[in-house]
Each structure stands twice: as structure tokens, then as C-alpha cells.
Design a protein around this ligand. Structure first.
Ligand code: SAH
Length: 449
């Protein structure tokens, strides 16, 4: 039996979905952070539980061939990246295993696993960032929260974000500091500036700057709007979002336009897409296009098929398939996103798409239609059991699920399987290189009775 403060020598043989290395000692799994598969280490045991233990590296005796030197000054301080100490090849291997393990172990399924979709770009690939503010040494700073905390680690040049975000942040911070605009404090619910949120269209370069504040300070921000739009002509929209609640939810419901349009536009799968600040929009545009193409390949629709696109956001998946099918029907819970989806179909002259607002399962049930194919792209928590039942009971010939959480995807796939769907193909994809996140797309086909 392992004991706290004991030292062991062991080789790391796997990595968990949280990014911890795993080795075995005394018949127990020991989880060790900041390790790589193949590291032989002297490990100090820091916590022993009934079936497993936690350790920390005391010394790396033989480093893993996967190891590289991390290239970020705040690596492991901010809660973002977890794979900067290993090669991208090794990261993709781990992510591919996370996807297949989930379907085998959680789902009890044995689908065909297609080649993992890697990213071409492993830095500066994001189109969106949200930075909380804090006061350090009397000055407003912004950055990211340290892992599992609300302590801000100041960073303005995160290498996952476009370089221009750094310059914009510096300009906003300088303005906030010189105009003595106060910074919001979560503990006391006082102060004004809560978050700086920036989005940039990957293809269009159009930028939306959104300032999340506790109360309306439009007059105080007028000078900033004038200066910053002169300095950065790609800024097409400045929005003040008001969030007066004592909450850790970033965005409030009310948006006030301070400059330009209420949306920015970008291109996705050849369609022009308008996005509001409150709408979900895939954060890695290029990788999203790849997974949408995979979803189309899996769906393989014929021209007289009706496709339902549940959790459709601004309509991007359905619209990317509209030319291949008879009709697209999208359902999404955020009204602004549904509005975007309507507008996006008009702008792209797509006449065979309809969008409805509300809970995916409930609205779909009410529509009382029998589509040929259903696409689902739920949030991390997956579908509710009722939604899975509603979808399965309409008996589409295929269900294609896109998911940002292999664990809930595998759980839901297992239920679809029990409802008579064979889980035939799964393809993992990397939208967020260097971080713990991994996506997958799943094809489920109705077994003929
Ligand atoms: N398919 C879109 C969005 C995927 S993200 C795209 O690729 O861009 C998941 C979406 O589900 C978000 O837009 C979120 O607002 C929406 N959503 C969350 N819960 C929902 C529910 N219960 N019913 C319908 N939509 C929901």
C-alpha cells in the first residue's frame, strides 16, 4: 500500500483526459501532473485514496521523447494550455485515445475510428477571447484565471489569440487606467469593468470589441471608441454589454452598440455568416469547417432529404449543407443566434432553411416532423435523456452528432444504440491545440427492423 510522502520510481504509461500522467505502483494507479508518456521519474506521493493516488515529480530520471520546451511564459500558471511540454504529434495521439477510450469504455461501443483531424495551425488559431480584469499594484490588468480559481494571471499576448488582440487590449487598459474607470470585484459586486471580449472573423478580419460592464458607462467610453477605431480600422463593432448580477457568468443580457454594427461577419464553408456578441460561433473557424465537411460526409444526404440541425447556433452547419438537400430545419435556444441564422440564410440566398427558437428536444417534438437525417451539436453536458428519446423515436435513418465532450457524446451514443442505432463511425478532431479540449463527430445509423 502506498503512503503519503513515500518516493517511488515509475514510468508514465498514459495520460488522462484531464492531462495528468498515469503510472502504476503497488497495484495502484498514480496520477502525476506535468508528465509525458515515457517519462521515467522519481515521484513523491502526495495523496493516497482507496483505489488510486496522486504524486508530483521529484526528478525526471529519463525524459520522454515526446517532451519539448514550453514556449509560453505563463504555461501552467493560467488555466489554458496543458500540452505545451509535449510535441503536437504526441498531443494528437493522446486526444485520439481520449476519444476512442470514451466510446469503448463509457459507451461500450466498437465503432470504426477514422483518422484524427489534426490542426494545421497550433498557435493564433482562436477567433474569440474573453479576458477578466483585476487590479494589481493599483493598475487595471487583464488576462486569464489561474486553474480552478478566480485569480487573474495577467496576459495580454496569449499565443492562442490573434496578435492584434494584444494591441487592442493594451489600448483598452491604457484608457481604463488613465480615465480611472474602476475594475469590477466579484466578492463585493462593486466596480465597473468586468471583461474585455474580442472576436475577429478569421476570413473577414472584422473585429468586434465587447466591453462587459456592471452599469452603463457609455459616456465615459466615448473617447475610447473614437481612438481605438482610428487605430484599428478592422474594428467594425463596439458593444457595451451590461451585466449587473453577482455572478460568474460573463455576459449579461443587454447589449448597447457604442460604434458600428451590432454584428460582425465572417465566412464559413463559403457562406457569409453574421454573428452577434451573444451568439455561439465556432472558435476555431478552419477546424470547424473541417468537422462540418466530415459531418456532411457522414450524413451523405440525397437531394430530397430533410435535415434537422439541433443546437444550431447561428445556423452554420445546416447552411453548409443546404445546397445538398431538400430542406434544413434548425433549432437553437438563444434568440439572437436564431435571428443570426435567419439573416444568414437570407444573405446567402438560401431559401430552404427554417429556424426555430427554444429547447432542442421540446421544439423538435412540437414540430412533429419526420426528418431523414438529424444533426446534433449539443453543449458540453450533452443531450437530456428526453431529447435523445424524442430524436430516436422519430426514427431518422441517420443521426450525426458533433460534440466537444467525448464523454457525454459516448454516453448519449450508448442510449441511441439502445434505441436501435448502430454507432458506425467516430472521428476525433482537434479544435484547440495545446489545451485539454477535443471534439468528435459520430455517425449513427438506424438498424433496419
Ligand atoms: N451548431 C452550432 C452551435 C453549437 S454550440 C455551431 O456549430 O456553431 C451549442 C449550441 O447549443 C449553442 O448555440 C447553445 O446556445 C445551444 N443550446 C444550448 N442548450 C440548448 C438547448 N437546450 N436547446 C437548444 N439549443 C441549445
Amino acid at each position: 500500500m502506498l503512503e503519503k510522502n513515500q518516493f517511488i520510481n515509475a514510468e508514465i504509461t498514459g495520460i488522462t483526459s484531464e492531462g495528468n500522467g498515469v503510472c502504476r505502483a503497488d497495484g495502484m494507479a498514480v496520477f502525476v501532473s506535468d508528465t509525458a508518456v515515457g517519462d521515467v521519474c522519481r515521484i513523491k506521493i502526495v495523496k493516497v485514496l482507496k483505489n488510486y493516488a496522486y504524486g508530483i515529480i521529484d526528478e525526471i530520471i529519463t525524459p520522454s521523447p515526446d517532451r519539448i520546451i514550453p514556449d509560453c511564459p505563463v504555461y501552467k500558471k493560467c488555466g489554458g494550455c496543458i500540452f505545451r511540454h509535449i510535441s503536437y504529434e504526441a498531443e494528437c495521439r493522446i486526444k485520439n485515445d481520449i476519444v476512442s477510450d470514451a466510446f469503448k469504455r463509457i459507451g461500450g461501443l466498437n465503432p470504426e475510428f477514422e483518422d484524427f483531424i489534426k490542426a494545421d495551425k497550433i498557435s493564433r488559431y482562436r477567433n474569440k477571447a474573453q479576458y477578466p480584469l483585476a487590479v494589481i499594484d493599483g493598475k487595471a490588468v487583464c488576462g486569464f484565471f489561474a486553474e480552478r480559481s478566480h485569480r487573474v494571471i495577467p496576459v495580454t499576448d496569449c499565443i492562442l489569440q490573434p496578435e492584434i488582440f494584444h494591441d487592442i487590449l493594451e489600448t483598452v487598459l491604457e484608457y481604463i487606467n488613465s480615465h480611472k474607470i474602476s475594475v469590477y470585484s466579484e466578492s463585493t459586486n462593486t466596480g465597473i469593468m468586468r471583461h474585455i471580449y474580442i472576436r475577429q472573423g478569421t476570413y473577414s478580419s472584422e473585429i468586434m470589441l465587447c466591453l462587459v460592464v456592471r452599469k452603463d458607462i457609455s459616456r465615459q467610453l466615448a473617447g475610447l471608441c473614437r481612438n481605438i477605431t482610428k487605430k484599428f480600422p478592422d474594428i467594425k463593432s463596439i458593444v457595451m454589454n451590461i451585466n449587473s448580477e453577482k455572478t460568474n457568468v460573463i455576459m449579461g443580457k443587454k447589449c448597447i452598440i457604442l460604434f458600428g454594427n451590432d454584428t460582425i461577419s465572417d465566412t464559413m464553408c463559403g457562406n457569409k455568416i453574421e454573428i452577434s456578441p451573444l451568439s455561439f460561433y465556432q472558435v476555431n473557424t478552419v477546424q470547424a469547417e473541417k468537422i462540418y465537411r466530415k459531418a456532411l460526409e457522414f450524413a451523405d444526404p440525397s437531394s430530397d432529404d430533410i435535415i434537422v440541425d439541433l443546437y444550431c447556433g447561428a445556423g452554420t452547419i445546416g447552411l453548409s449543407m443546404a445546397h445538398n438537400v431538400k430542406k434544413i430545419i434548425g433549432v437553437e435556444i438563444i434568440p439572437e443566434a436564431v435571428e443570426n441564422a435567419h439573416k444568414n440564410s437570407l444573405v446567402n440566398n438560401i431559401e430552404n432553411a427554417e429556424f426555430y427558437c427554444g429547447d432542442a428536444g421540446k421544439v423538435f417534438k412540437k414540430l412533429n416532423i419526420t426528418p431523414d437525417i438529424i444533426i446534433i451539436d449539443p453543449p458540453r453536458k450533452g443531450c437530456t435523456p428526453e431529447t435523445v428519446r424524442t430524436i430516436a423515436e422519430t426514427e431518422p435513418k441517420k443521426i450525426v452528432m458533433i460534440s466537444c465532450n467525448p464523454a457525454t457524446a459516448a454516453r448519449d451514443a450508448k442510449i441511441f444504440n439502445e434505441f436501435g442505432y448502430e454507432v458506425t463511425k467516430v472521428c476525433g478532431a482537434d479544435f484547440f491545440p495545446r489545451t485539454r479540449h477535443v471534439e468528435c463527430v459520430v455517425l449513427m445509423s438506424r438498424v433496419e427492423k
